[in-house]
Write a protein that binds this ligand. Structure first.
Ligand code: ZN
Length: 411
């Protein structure tokens, strides 16, 4: 390894506020994401990255590193990270601090506000004894999600460009806005990007490798009741709110987020409002397995049909809208993406961890747009909050993983 410093890059990027905001319909949702995009464009150009392209309208940054001589026919491998941070906790005036040689004790993030990062609340901290941890000052998030990924990709690029001794195929790089609000791939230009396969670098714990996510649908129930004065409602009133309640009771009780984990799917009631006259309930339906997902949608619709048989046609209207699909279907024909990443990790002495995502990723959307795209770890933890931290040593190892993937695809 050369002396490329991933941490110095990280500390620079997290100081730039790039919080996205769901309440704006523009793309990007917030103009401040351009601040980091501009810096990255400048740095990429300085490093010697080719074809640096900045989509100024939608705030996407692209670049490539041409193959070294004799490796032009290797597949073009892409690496993608997102520039925005979560809208849940502020990312303004982030003051990162490095706790050297962590010994498993409490880390006081903020004395006056009594914010303490403790192994009592986060037992996995104990896995980091002896490492240097980058933490917040307890008033903001850190932004390792996903500036850890960005710095690792930039460190990989710098290493490749500064060491002519490393042979490699064509490499593509992209940084995207608005991932946290689910709009990260809306204006992603796959043709311009030019990769045959890609990885998002947006996971957590060292070794994590994600290539399965939920199949997802949204289900909406509209109930038309009949409001009548309760004094003479007998055999006349139809209470829409109670029918909503009945609808929920027809769904499998334990297929609920409160009772599920791993690859177990669920129905989740996200919102409900109603009166006697009318009521509406919104659900999200999730399952990793295609068949179980279809089965859930069947059960959901059948509950509506049953209530219509009971109370009369037109009482309940069920609408189901598909949101995203499990990327595994698109990864399976290209399992080398998973196998190679695992081989690289194992060769580096890192244990690969298969982690089915209980949500979606930008990589899932890209996989369905024709760019198969599993997700790699970053070495960041406790995303979206003040307790977010990153391990210096793990981040350095992720750079080695990226370089290992580059190397394996040039063979
Ligand atoms: Zn992320």
């Amino acid at each position: 390894m050369t002396n490329v410093d991933v941490i110095e890059k990280f500390l620079r990027y997290v100081r730039i506020d790039t919080q996205s905001d769901d309440s704006f319909d523009t793309s990007p949702s917030t103009m401040k994401q351009h601040d980091l995009a501009q810096l990255l464009c400048r740095e990429m150009t300085e490093l010697g990255v080719s074809d640096v392209y900045y989509d100024k309208e939608h705030c996407y940054v692209y670049g490539s590193i041409p193959a070294t001589e004799g490796f032009e026919n290797a597949p073009a491998i892409g690496f993608i990270s997102h520039m925005d941070t979560s809208d849940e906790v502020s990312g303004k005036d982030v003051k990162p601090r490095i706790v050297k040689d962590y010994q498993g004790t409490d880390i006081v993030l903020n004395e006056s506000e009594k914010v303490v990062l403790s192994p009592k609340d986060f037992p996995e901290l104990l896995n980091h004894k002896g490492e240097d941890l980058i933490v917040t000052d307890g008033t903001t998030l850190l932004g390792a999600d996903d500036k850890a990924g960005i710095s690792e990709i930039m460190a990989m690029a710098e290493t490749l460009l500064s060491d002519p001794g490393i042979s490699h195929g064509p490499i593509k790089i992209a940084f995207t806005p608005d991932e946290e609000i689910g709009r990260g791939t809306e204006h992603f230009n796959i043709e311009r990007f030019g990769a045959q396969y890609a990885y998002t670098v947006d996971g957590g714990k060292l070794g994590e490798l994600e290539y399965e996510n939920f199949n997802a649908a949204e289900g909406i129930i509209r109930v038309q009741g009949r409001s009548v004065h309760p004094g003479d409602a007998k055999n006349k009133m139809v209470n829409a709110s109670l029918i909503c309640y009945e609808f929920q009771s027809l769904l499998p009780v334990f297929q609920n987020p409160m009772y599920t984990e791993g690859r177990e799917g669920f129905f989740h009631l996200t919102e409900i409002q109603g009166s006697t006259e009318s009521a509406t309930a919104s659900y999200i339906i999730r399952d990793h397995d295609d068949h179980l997902f279809d089965e859930k949608i069947r059960i959901f619709k059948a509950a509506g049909e049953f209530l219509n048989q009971k109370y009369g046609d037109g009482t309940v209207t069920v609408t189901v809208r598909e949101q995203y699909r499990n990327m595994i279907e698109k990864i399976r024909p290209h399992m080398h993406l998973v196998d190679n990443a695992k081989k690289v990790m194992t060769d580096l002495g890192i244990t690969p961890i298969d982690n089915p995502i209980r949500g979606g990723t930008d990589g899932a959307a890209l996989s369905y747009k024709g760019l198969p795209c599993p997700n790699l770890c970053t070495g960041g933890y406790n995303y979206h909050g003040k307790y977010e931290y990153a391990s210096v040593q793990e981040m350095r190892r992720v750079v080695e993983i990226l370089l290992g993937i580059v190397s394996i695809y040039s063979k």
